[in-house]
Ligand binder design. Sequence first.
Ligand code: PRX
Length: 633
Amino acid sequence: MTLQIKTLDEYKAAWQRSVDDPEGFWAEQAASFQWRKKWKKVLEWDFEQPDIQWFIGGKLNITENCLDRHLATRGDQTAIRWEPNDPDAPVRSFTYKELHTEVCKAANALKANGIGKGDRVCFYMPMVPELAIAVLACARIGAVHSVVFAGFSATSLADRIKDATCKMVICSDYNDRGPKHIPVKQIVDEALEMGCDSVETVIVHRNTGDALAMVEGRDKWWHDEVNHQSADCPAEEMDAEDMLFILYTSGSTGKPKGVVHTCGGYMVYTCFTFRNAFQYSDGDVFWCTADIGWITGHSYIIYGPLLAGATSVMFEGVPTYPAPDRFWQVCEKHKVNIFYTAPTAIRALMAAGDQWTEPYDLKDIKVLGSVGEPINAEAWHWYDEKIGKKRAPIVDTWWQTETGGILITPLPGITDQKPTFASYPMPGVQPVLVDQFGTEIVGNDVEGMLCIKFPWPSILRTTYGDHERCRQTYFSTFKNRYFTGDGARRDEDGRYRIIGRVDDVINVSGHRIGTAEVENAINEHPDVVESAVVGYPHDIKGQGIYAYVITSHAVGNVDTITKEIRDVVTRIIGPIAKPDIIQIVPGLPKTRSGKIMRRILRKVAEGDTSNLGDTSTLLNPEVVEDIKTGALR
Ligand code: PRX
């Protein structure tokens, strides 16, 4: 089995070893998996290109490691337990044997519909077991999954389908999420109207069963395609560096990019981090509340837990439905041992009041996790006291879509606890802080931009269809370093604390949103001339979206235009990118070269106008006063 660190000394030794002999260290971790053919070389890398390869020449299929490998030892153990949106609806459970059968049947259905190795399959689905099953079915036959979070709009979905030239879309009919009833398939239909010519087939999973229009020849029902298939589907032999999936994520410029992960390194690293960051022990029930539309769901609902042979809980609903005790009720019901969620959910549940946690003893919880955004001290302490009852260590795990798995985290029960600190690098991870010139900031008690100077097995390999963009975004800012886009502090004992993004990315409720994307959407409104979007501190969401908008003529009713602008953003990106605050302004502060001075806009949005610095060199210093006067915070 993959190494499981149990003591602080073991952690220190493992980390040191991973730096002194990374190839030896990772070869040992990889050895416990089932490879069809062993690798010839563990690692080759060049951050300039970038060209990163792990387990070169190794052949495998990740689903044989997630499923087949466990059949003899834990075939009857629950692999996935699904909790529906409606608390009174039946739970669905799949043992490893059953999941294996379902995945094979779905894989055969994909093949029968012309999907083969290397083809891209897009998912637009709620959190139902069929999503996990079909994702694994793709991996089984070597097709590349591209899961799109089902909260994105038809336009966003279409952009992603086109970028990856997907041959198939898999979706559900409708989705009941919290109190909402969402017409999922209809959104797919709208997306497919937008020039997604590569799509040949749409497989529709019947979820709610409400009436639906099917397009003859293109749309097929999941049950018609899957149910009659054979449960025997030999796994496709994949190269360690063959693509496993694409996952789109936002950056500071342009459209979202398709982060590419490959089979071998991703497998080794997600299993390793799952076992260590959560100190998973055999028989533990693990619940990650993320959506599979995000990397957290990929790595720690599906792949990490299944690779480790765990029981993974998958939840269809939301934390506050039907009431803000739903998480704790589900923890109690499924005897959850390890619970992993986002600070935004913790803050929302904390705000709902302690009466919602009190009825639950939560005695089975051993480890609590946090991910996606900085966790503030107040939320950390509440989580520790009310949920962990001061018994369960909290792991504040820092990582990214691009990193594939957790890079910096405390190890529960092994390293010490310091609220708001993601703490220590995983073995194999070599973080550095640099200044704006790329000079490494050495020593402790320092702050800088967070980079990683050596590859770990699940580092992104490229951005789909545009390798140059990958190089530019992550590997060109600082020579020979992967740049994370985050600022961080290293304390006197070497623990890391993530401060937040240093680029134009906003983290709203743990969702990454590019300011440029929101601006482009706002600018689609016919009366908008220009806009600038910044983040501001928000009590529940971590950051909120503050938009400054110039309109082409004096607006009569501000409420009308702000509503229209929100609607445009919802239509183009999705409700998660809707600005919280829209301020109509006469102009935007610009430098003489025409660059928007975001620093000033950020300060105003933060409600801090005391020291805006020298504004006299601006092209239009007079607008600053107008912006300050009209500030909505
Ligand atoms: O800013 C960091 C923040 O989320 C960003 C990555 O977002 P995404 O690719 O969507 O992946 C989120 C889930 C892995 C990072 O650049 N972030 C993530 N985890 C933390 C965090 N910020 C502070 N503390 C964390 N634990």
